[in-house]
Design a protein around this ligand. Structure first.
Ligand code: PMP
Length: 409
């Protein structure tokens, strides 16, 4: 892509940003035609710095739940910005947002607000340890809980001691959970788990309700803390905690992403019995009290409810799923398409190293659809039937291209 604005920015970035870009936003993880830099987002559409427009099926990795530039959210943020954002102390928006979260999420008796999902998951562990006076936390192998030393998937610079008090189990596997619980012995502080299994590059797996019940029982019988990491799924699957429909309440939950339609707020929600522990810890940040993102979060949560947002996303996701599954069938290509409709993931069964998926993503992008080759996708309320049809026109071309290059199967 020599000669493009994107290429020029990459060249400048190489001089002043480590590796040119870090983390999962590195364009190097995508096919070579993907942009590194984006300039605009509106509804379900994004534009790169060279003016190419795409239907977005990644939604900023989840935050964009109502669509980019949602008028109600932007108006609330703008009104707050005219008053104040970052100050010596929080604004009234903090109390209003905490009240709203406590009202909407069943298990929540209090809310502790932060910035990133990693702040939320890490603070949950700290609260669990403060409450129990114990150290060991159980984590499902391969689950992403953020980029702090205890959970980052990159091990450079991470000390064994950062993870010494973690034990691992396999998601949905009772025997491995019991083994990890036994290993923790009387030092079990808590268990952190995502609402369903959404490990990168793997088929997604809904939680087995019996497994979720066992997690609850283990925590009850050992006086340990059950932490639901709802950072990715929160406000996409349910209007409330993602396990409300199962009737299983965590003791703590971590939230981020969809809470504020792209503004920077995350939250830790907890039960009454953990209020004192949450009061006892010191976890904070310069920007954690900024009022604009909180105003945006209040408007976002109200809009998800008022616009029946969960149902709208489910409908868009179902349309996408049936279209993609039919296109794969028509091209004689075997795929697995997994996860809730709003957060799908698909891969080609014949792929050994994502080679078909990389080609699929490359061609989809050339046909105006931005998808991720190995991370689950997201749809938003702005993914109307017309937008989904546009996305499917791109994926149709991508399926044909995969078949042409790799054959059927
Ligand atoms: N938990 C889960 C389940 C996530 O998906 C993520 C982000 N992808 C995080 C925690 C960390 O959130 P953040 O990137 O905002 O720190």
């Amino acid at each position: 892509m020599a000669g493009t604005s994107d290429a020029a920015l990459r060249e400048r970035a190489r001089r002043v940003i480590p590796g040119g870009m870090y983390g999962h936003q590195r364009a190097g993880l995508f096919p070579e035609n993907f942009p590194q830099y984006l300039s605009h987002g509106e509804g379900a559409l994004i534009r790169d710095v060279d003016g190419r427009e795409f239907v977005d099926l990644l939604c900023g990795y989840g935050p964009i739940v109502l669509g980019y530039q949602h008028p109600g959210v932007e108006a609330a943020a703008a009104a707050q910005r005219r008053q104040a954002d970052c100050q010596n102390a929080p604004s009234a928006r903090m109390v209003e947002l905490a009240e709203l979260l406590v009202d909407v999420v069943d298990h929540a008796d209090w809310a502790y607000l932060a910035k990133n999902g990693t702040d939320a998951t890490t603070t949950c562990l700290t609260i669990a340890r403060a409450a129990t006076g114990r150290s060991v936390v159980l984590v499902a192998r391969g689950s992403y809980h953020g980029a702090a030393p205890w959970c980052t998937p990159g091990l450079a610079g991470v000390l064994p001691s950062d993870r010494a008090a973690l034990r691992y189990f396999e998601y949905n596997d009772h025997a491995s959970l019991r083994a990890a619980v036994d290993e923790a012995g009387d030092d079990l502080a808590g268990i952190i788990v995502t609402p369903f299994k959404h490990n990168d590059g793997e088929d997604q797996e809904l939680v087995d309700p019996a497994f979720a019940r066992e997690l609850r029982q283990v925590c009850d019988s050992r006086n340990a803390v059950l932490i639901l990491d709802d950072v990715r799924c929160g406000f996409r699957l349910n209007f409330g905690g993602s396990w409300e429909s199962l009737g299983i309440q965590p003791d703590l939950s971590a939230w981020g992403k969809a809470v504020s339609n792209g503004y920077t707020v995350s939250a830790i929600l907890g039960i009454e019995a953990l209020r004192d522990a949450a009061t006892s810890i010191f976890s904070t940040g310069t920007y954690w009290f900024a009022a604009v993102p909180m105003a945006a979060a209040i408007a976002t949560i109200n809009a998800i409810r008022d616009e029946d947002g969960i149902a709208a996303m489910e409908r868009a996701g179902e349309l996408l799923r049936s279209g993609i599954v039919e296109q794969a069938r028509a091209n004689d290509l075997a795929i697995s398409y997994t996860g809730p409709a709003q957060m799908p993931y698909f891969r080609f069964l014949a792929d050994t190293d994502f080679e078909r998926m990389m080609h699929f993503s490359r061609v989809a992008l050339d046909h105006g659809v931005y998808i991720h080759p190995r991370h689950n996708w997201f749809v938003s309320v702005a993914h109307t039937d017309e937008i989904v049809a546009r996305a499917l026109a791109g994926t149709e071309a991508a399926f044909r291209a995969v078949r042409d290059r790799f054959g059927d199967g």
